[in-house]
Unconditional design. Sequence first.
Length: 271
Amino acid sequence: MELLPISTPHCRIERDGHVVVVTLDRPEAKNALSTDMLVGLADAWAYLSDEPDVRVAVLTGAGGTFCAGADLKAMGTPSQDARVRQRASEIPDFHWKGLLRDSGALPTKPIVCAVEGYAVAGGTELLVGTDLRVVAESATLGLFEARRALFPMGGSAIRLPRQIPYAFAMDILLTGRAITAQEALSMGLVNRVVPDGQALDAALEIAGQIAECGPLAVQAILRTYRETLGMPEAEALKISDAIGWPVIGSQDAKEGSLAFREKRPAVYRGE
């Protein structure tokens, strides 16, 4: 993999063809969120959207842990890295962008989350901002904020009840208890539970499947979901048609049909 220069001391950003792998890289602190990490995440998501040949990202954590939440001291302390300090001054609300909370700046391409160990508090909030989720069987999830008289500022009080049934969401939010991987799967919070140590490989497999699809189609599906959330069906279908018809008429769509007829892999160019 190619290490990208937008990486920071606590966030490693690498690229392998159409796939970007973003690694929370502060294992000595269980990958607790820091300024260096959030700036790296914000730049990673911007790169995911802006780089034409990148089609999907995988988000994971180093050292057998995903993210143990916010490190309030580290988040309130300026970075020791001059480039990170500069980027922090240049990116409005870099912390919300990094946490995938800023709906106006969400990546236009999907993110697959790979969780080992703890993904609690801010770790679960990050997971809720991703599109597909793979967790190891001994992973621990949960939003502990209410137990500590805090509030989930990453948006989970809004997003979680929209993603899973209300009663399950309130169980997670109001009790502040730990959730096992199997519970998360049964609630519909995650897509897949895998043996310990295999979450990243499984997420990369899913990312590879996404990267093989037509990128215009994938991005249009994400955009349609986001722009029509909560709308009446008739109104939503108008937006869906406006987004979908250009995809149907694209060169990629022609290539997909031709490749099917010729019984060969399609070569999509995002055109």
